[in-house]
Design a protein around this ligand. Structure first.
Ligand code: ZN
Length: 67
């Protein structure tokens, strides 16, 4: 059975997933948006990475961490 961890470091992961998501308990969460995603559906993850919401959250983080 596919688990959240498989999306980060298993055969179903990608470098992008590993960078953008993290596992909390049994949930896969987005680092930038702090929301849990349905890790069982690759399309959900890909759509989220391409979403405006995610883009905005990432930009906020990048701007706030620049010194
Ligand atoms: Zn996100």
């Amino acid at each position: 059975m596919l688990t959240a961890i498989d999306r980060i470091e298993g055969p179903y992961s990608t470098p992008e997933y590993k960078q953008e998501f993290y596992v909390e308990g049994a949930l896969l969460k987005c680092r930038a948006c702090h929301i849990s995603l349905n890790y069982k559906k690759k399309s959900v993850l890909d759509d989220h990475l391409n979403s405006m919401r995610h883009e905005i959250a990432r930009n906020v983080i990048n701007n706030s961490t620049q010194l």
